[in-house]
Ligand binder design. Structure first.
Ligand SMILES: [Fe+2]
Length: 135
C-alpha cells in the first residue's frame, strides 16, 4: 500500500477545503493502521463510518460553495460525489462477507478515488472560486 499523505501539491488554495482534505487523508491513514493491526471488524467498521460521515459533510461544504457562487460544473461534480458515496457504501456492505483482503481493497478504492478526485475534479473549481474571492 502506498503511503497516504497530504502534500502541498494537493492544495486547492481554499483553507477550509484543504483542512478537510487533510482530515480525510488522515482518516484513511487510520483505516490503513486498523487493517494492518488486524483490528476487529467492529473497529474497522467504526473507522469507516466516521470516514464516510466526514466525507459526506465535506462534500456538502463544497456543494454549498458551488451553489453560492453558481459554479458552472456543479452538476457534474456533485454526480461524482454521489457515485462515490454509493460505491463506498456498497463496498462497506460487502465487508460483512469477511472475505480476506476486502478491507484493503476498499481502502485502495477510497484512497485512489480521493486523491484523484482532489487532483482532477476539485482543482477544476479552484480557479473559478478564487476569482469569486474564496480563499
Ligand atoms: Fe469534490
Amino acid at each position: 500500500m502506498e503511503i497516504i499523505e497530504w502534500s502541498e501539491s494537493l492544495s486547492v488554495g481554499i483553507v477550509k477545503v484543504d483542512e478537510q482534505h487533510k482530515m480525510l487523508i488522515q482518516m484513511m491513514d487510520e483505516l490503513d493502521q486498523a487493517i494492518r493491526n488486524n483490528e476487529s471488524a467492529d473497529v474497522v467498521e467504526d473507522v469507516l463510518t466516521n470516514l464516510f460521515n466526514y466525507a459526506q459533510a465535506h462534500f456538502a461544504v463544497e456543494e454549498e460553495l458551488f451553489r453560492t457562487h453558481r459554479y458552472p460544473e456543479m452538476a457534474l461534480h456533485e454526480l461524482e460525489h454521489q457515485r462515490f458515496i454509493a460505491k463506498a457504501f456498497a463496498f462497506k456492505e460487502r465487508l460483512s462477507s469477511k472475505r480476506p483482503g476486502l478491507a484493503l481493497e476498499l481502502l485502495n478504492f477510497l484512497s485512489s478515488w480521493v486523491l484523484n478526485h482532489i487532483e482532477l475534479t476539485d482543482k477544476r473549481y479552484a480557479r473559478f472560486l478564487h476569482d469569486c474571492g474564496v480563499t
